[in-house]
Design a protein around this ligand. Structure first.
Ligand code: IMP
Length: 425
């Protein structure tokens, strides 16, 4: 029963979409298990750009079954927009998609609270995507959440929305906002029910059945390890389990069903939003990474913070996810830099350490400098076609992160990839 979990090993935006999309060619099912429309997977297919927020990236392959698990938070309007957008590309998905009844609904007051908090003078600014993710998960763990399955029972939905709204009203008022009207919220959300309800099902049961029948599943993480609610740079994190373990709770399968964990890392690092980022650059190399790598948020358009590859963070990601192999993306972006630095550990007030502490407080990176290269890499399709300096860089990453590289991406297109080993179980 081969099931592979694919996770971001950094702060998100590692290029998971492209890798998942490519590996989905040989998968029968693609599953998303956490997060919501805060994710944005940009795919380039036949030269055209497609951004997916909720739907797993493997959806573009006509044979894959797409499952959206109970660990997710769903904006029904965004989901319908995405389905309609895909239909324009000739991808009809409704008949091969299943959405967990237990996933939670993002409601207008979640988005409102997220926006008000981010705009307020008081409190810690996380720099969220303002999609209502945090407040929605707050309702979930507060046991007053509204689940997607409630769209089947309008009276139940109305009662739950009423309770949640009563809970949020004082917060909204304290933040200077006006709570939305109960009926307006219910009418708006129930308008989507006709199209959402036929997609609902039991994701856990379906996944188990498919795996038992020998089907190959790819469970696709959203965001990245360092944004995980438990293992990331708290409180500058998202509100869900982005690590590989989240695949079990978020899709409803046991850890014994997972055969392989593939970690995705860029050849450098980016981060969107606030929070620690020890290898961050604010110099020509940082501008190079942002401009050549087109590092602007696919959900919010914000310029991403850029920095050198952090191998201590990668070793940490290996540990908390149990990563078996790596896909290294955007290697081509490093072309043109004279020197490439990689962080191998940190200098802390207590001395030098190779290990990462998850909050990254007081961490000063210790770097190794490697020679850069000038050659463009996008035409390379085999490791032998890469310049010596590039191969040295890859070897250094493998040795220091203590992880083998299975896949190297040298450009955004599906074919701009070097496969060293199969990334799938
Ligand atoms: P939220 O998930 O919108 O609550 O945002 C919390 C933090 O996670 C912020 O720093 C966001 O920038 C970051 N974040 C959320 N989703 C993504 C993503 O898909 N890529 C990168 N950063 C993300």
């Amino acid at each position: 029963m081969p099931a592979t979990v694919i996770i971001g090993a950094q702060w998100g935006d590692e290029g998971k979409g492209k890798i998942v999309d490519r590996l989905a060619e040989s998968a029968d099912l693609v599953v998303r298990y956490a997060g919501g429309p805060n994710a944005g997977h940009t795919l380039v297919v036949a030269g055209r750009k497609v951004v997916l927020r909720l739907i797993p990236s493997g959806a573009l392959h006509p044979h894959t079954l797409c499952l959206l698990g109970q660990g997710m938070v769903i904006s029904p309007e965004t989901l319908l927009e995405e389905l309609d957008g895909l239909a324009e590309y000739g991808v009809a998905l409704g008949h091969r998609m299943l959405l967990s009844r237990q996933a939670h609904l993002i409601l207008p007051y979640h988005v409102l609270v997220d926006e008000l908090r981010e705009g307020s003078e008081a409190g810690t600014k996380i720099g969220t995507t303002k999609r209502g993710i945090g407040p929605c998960y707050e309702d979930k763990v507060g046991r007053r959440g509204v689940r997607v399955g409630d769209l089947e029972k309008p009276a139940v939905l109305r009662a739950k929305v009423s309770e949640a709204l009563n809970n949020w009203r004082p917060t909204i008022q304290a933040l200077g906002g006006t709570a939305p009207d109960l009926e307006a919220v219910c009418d708006r959300i129930l308008r989507t029910a006709d199209r959402i309800v036929p997609l609902l099902g039991d994701v856990s049961a379906r996944l188990e059945t498919e795996l038992a029948a020998g089907k190959r599943a790819m469970l696709e993480g959203a965001q990245g390890t360092m944004l995980d609610i438990d293992n990331g740079t708290y409180p500058f994190v998202t509100s869900s389990s982005a690590v590989a373990g989240g695949a079990c709770t978020g899709a409803g399968i046991g850890p014994t069903r997972i055969d392989r964990v593939l970690g995705i890392t860029k050849a450098y690092t980016t981060r969107v939003g606030a929070g620690p980022f020890p290898t961050e650059l604010d110099d020509d190399a940082g501008h190079h990474l942002r401009n050549v790598g087109h590092e602007f948020g696919s959900v919010t358009g914000r310029p991403r913070r850029t920095g050198w590859l952090d191998l201590a963070a990668l070793r940490y990601a290996r540990r908390v996810n149990g990563i078996d192999g790596l896909a290294l993306t955007k290697l081509d972006v490093l072309s043109g830099l004279d020197v490439i630095k990689v962080c191998v550990g940190y200098r802390t007030p207590d001395g030098e350490s190779l290990e990462l502490s998850p909050d990254l407080a007081d961490a000063t990176p210790v770097y190794t400098s490697l020679p850069g290269w000038k050659e463009p890499l996008r035409a390379a399709r085999a490791i032998e076609e890469l310049p010596t300096a590039v191969r040295r860089y890859l070897e250094f990453v493998e040795t220091t992160a203590e992880l083998g590289i299975d896949i190297v991406s040298v450009g955004p297109g599906r074919d701009e990839t070097i496969e060293l080993r199969s990334g799938l179980a």
